[in-house]
Design a protein around this ligand. Sequence first.
Ligand code: F58
Length: 840
Amino acid sequence: SVEASVPEPQREAWRKHSAREFNTSDQFEDAVVRHIETTLARSLYNVDESGAYAGTALAFRDRLVIEWNRTQQNQTSADQKRVYYLSLEFLMGRALDNAMLNVGMKDVARKGLDELGFRMEDIIDQERDAALGNGGLGRLAACFLDSLATLNYPAWGYGLRYRYGIFRQEIVNGYQMEVPDYWLEFNPWEFPRHDVTVDVQFYGTIRKYMDDSGKQHTAWENGEIVTAVAYDAPIPGYGTTTTNNLRLWSSKASHGEFDFTKFNSGEYEASVADTQRAETISAVLYPNDSLDRGKELRLKQQYFWCAASLFDIVRRFKKSKKAWSDFPNQVAIQLNDTHPTLAIPELLRILIDIEGLEWDEAWSIVQKTFSYTNHTVLPEALEKWSVPLVQNLLPRHLQIIYDINLQFLQFVERNFPKDRDMLSRVSIIEESQPKMVRMAYLAVIGSHKVNGVAELHSDLIKTTIFKDFVKIHGPDKFTNVTNGITPRRWLHQANFRLSELIASKLGGYDYLNDLTLLHKLENYVDDKDFRKEFQDIKYANKLRLARYIKEAQGITVNPASLFDIQVKRIHEYKRQQLNIFGVIHRYLELKEMSPADRKKAQPRVSIFGGKAAPGYWMAKTIIHLINQVSEVVNNDKDIGDALKVVFLEDYNVSKAEIIVPASDISEHISTAGTEASGTSNMKFVLNGGLIIGTCDGANIEITREVGEDNIFLFGNLSEDVEDLRHAHYYSGLNIDPSLQRVFDEIRNGMFGDAGQFSSLVNSITDHGDYYLVSDDFKSYVETQKLIDEAYKNQEEWLTKTITVVARMGFFSSDRCIEEYAQEIWNTEPVVPPAKPQNGA
Ligand code: F58
C-alpha cells in the first residue's frame, strides 16, 4: 500500500504536523486572517472586500486541498476504473459559494466574516466567473463534475486552461460589443503543477523502418514541440469528503522562457515569438456556439489537449504495471462532443507506435475505452477538418485515420455488398474538394457507445446523421442519457430560501442527494402556510432580480408583473426573434387599447439575455432589435408597467443564479428538432417557474414528468418540419396578419432605422423562413394569451408551480451520472475514507 512505503517515525511526524481543517467560525477566522496577513501581506487596515474574498477563498481552498489529497490517495489504492471526462469547455461559474455549501461550512463562514466586519453576499460577489465555455455543453460538463464527486466516482475532468474565457458582453447603443475576459489575475482555486508536464508534437515527418526481428515500425519525428503544463482545481462533492480533480492544460514553449540559442545569437524577437506562438494555443476559448469554422489554431488546441490528457492517463495506468488488455478495465474516456475525437487516433498511436501493440489489439482497447456524446444535429455544427490541414499538422494521425477508415469500409463492404452508395456515405473521409475528415463518424466508429442528450434527440440522431451506423453497428450502440442539472448549485445555492423550505418539509436536505424525494412536496400543495412561504420566496427572488435590473440596466420593473425570461445563447434556431416579435405584437395591442383596458391587461416584464457569437450577424441583429424595442417600449408613457422589455448584459453562470429563481415563465421555443436537450428549462422549473416551449429536446420529457396541464406547449412538431420547409420553398409562406403587422412596423421604422433589421425580417419573408417563425407565430401568441389568463388566477398558478417542483426529481445530473456509470462506463463509486481522528 501507499502508506507502507514510508517508515513509521516519518509517518508519525507528518501526521503530527499535518494540516488541519477549520471546523468552527473561530478557526475559520484564524485561517482567513492568517491568509490576509501572510499570503496577501495586507492587514486589518488595508483589507477591502476583495481581500476578504481572497482570505475566505484561501481558507476554503486549504480545506478542499486536504480532502482532495486524501481522495486521490484513496482512489489510487482502491485501484478501480476511473472516468475521464474530456471536454473543451467547463463553464464552472464561481467556486466559493459552491465550496462552502458542498463542504457544509457556509454558516460557520458567515458568522466568521460577520465578526471580521464583512457581509457574506458581498464577499461571494467579489469572485469572477470561471467562464471556460460557451453554453449548455460547457455547463453540462460542470454539473457532471459536481455529480461525479457527490456520488464518489473516481473521475477526472480534462480540459484547457484558457487565459481568456468567453468574452464579456457590453451593449453599446444597442449593439453587442465583445470585451476580453482576462480572468486569471487572481484565481485561488487552481494549482499549477510545474512538475506535471507533457511535450506535445505538431507537424514533422513520418519514418517507417524495420527492426532486427523484421517488425515494421512507424516513427513521427522532427516536429515542433509545445509543452503542456497541468493546472489542477479541486471539485468538492456535496455531503461527502470526495474531492475530485479537474486538470486543465496550459501551453508554453518547450524550452522554457525563450530559446536561449536564438536569444544569445541576437535573435531576440524570434525567440520571444516562438514563446508567444506556443502560449497562443491555450490563450482563448473559441466563442462559437454552433458553427464549425475549421481554423488551424482550433485543431491545435484539440490535439494539444488530447495528447496531454492521454499521455497523463496512460502514465497513470502504466504505474499499475497491469497488462494493456486491462486498460479498458481501468479507464473510461467520455468524449464531450467531437472536440476530443483526436484522442482516438492518439491512443492508437501510443499503443501501436510507442508501446508496440498490434493493430487489432490496440483497436479493441480503443473501442472499449471511448464513448461519445453528441449534442447537436445542426449540420453547420458538425466538425469536419480538411485533410490537407490534418496532413500538415498531424501527419501520423492522418495515416491512422485512413487505416481506421480502410478497416471500417472493408467491414461495411463485406456486410452490405448490395448498398454501393453506403461506402461513400459512411466514409470518415468526405470526398469533397478538399477532402474532409468527418469527426462525428470517427467518434462513432472509435467508441463502444454513442449517446444523445434527450429522448427526441437520441431518436433523431439514429434516423438522421447516424442512420447508416445504426445498420452497421446495430441499435444497441446508440443510447440516450437525458441531461440533468446539479440541484446543489441550481436550487440550494441559487435559491437558498426555497431549499430551506423544502428541507423543512422533507425532514432535511437528503433530497439534495436524491432529487426524486421532491415528490413528497405534493403533500403540501394545499398547505396554507407552505403555499404562502413558497409564494413569498418567489416574490423575494423577483424583487432581487428587479433590483439587479435597476442596478445593471437602469430599468425599473415592478416585481408584481409576470416575469417572462429567455436567457441562453442568441441563435436563430433558439428563436429569440419569435419572442421579440411576440413582444412587439403585445406592444401594438396595448397601444390600441383604451387606458381602462390597458389597466386590466396582465403586466409583463420580458427579459432577455445571452451572447451572440462575434461573427454571427443575424444573432447580433436580434440583440439590436431587442434593445431597440426595449428603448421604445420602456419610454412609452402610455404603456407604463403593462410592458417592460429588458436585455440583461453579459449573461453568465453567476447571473443565471439570480435570474433563474425569479421567473414566472421562461421561454424554450426552438424550432422543433433543433435543440438537442436544453438544460436551463430544467433549472427554471426546478425553481418554481413554468415554461412556454415547443415540443423539442427535454421539454418533451419535462412535460411527461410535470403533466401537460403544467406546461405551455405550442407550435409544430419535429416530424412536420421538413414538410413545412418544403412547402415554404414551393408554395411560399403563410404569414399571419398579426405577424405581418409586426414586420410592417419594423419596416416603417418604429424601432429605428429599418435598414438595420431588414436582413432579419427578410430571412423570414424572402429567404424561406428556415426556422419556421411564421408557422409557429400564431400558436405562440395564443399560448402567451393563455399564460396571461392563467396568471390572473394566482392560486391555481401557485398550485402549478409547487406541483412542477415536486415532479422534477428526474432531472438531477446525479441520475445522468448513474446512467452513464451503469450503461456506458461500467464503473463503481469508491467509498471515501473516514476522517482521521486528529482531524487532519
Ligand atoms: C448544447 N450544445 C445543446 N454546444 O445545444 C443543448 O441543447 C444541450 O442541452 C447542451 O448542449 C448540453 O447537452 C452546446 O452548447 C456548444 O456550445 C458547442 C461549442 C463548440 C462549438 C460547437 C457548439
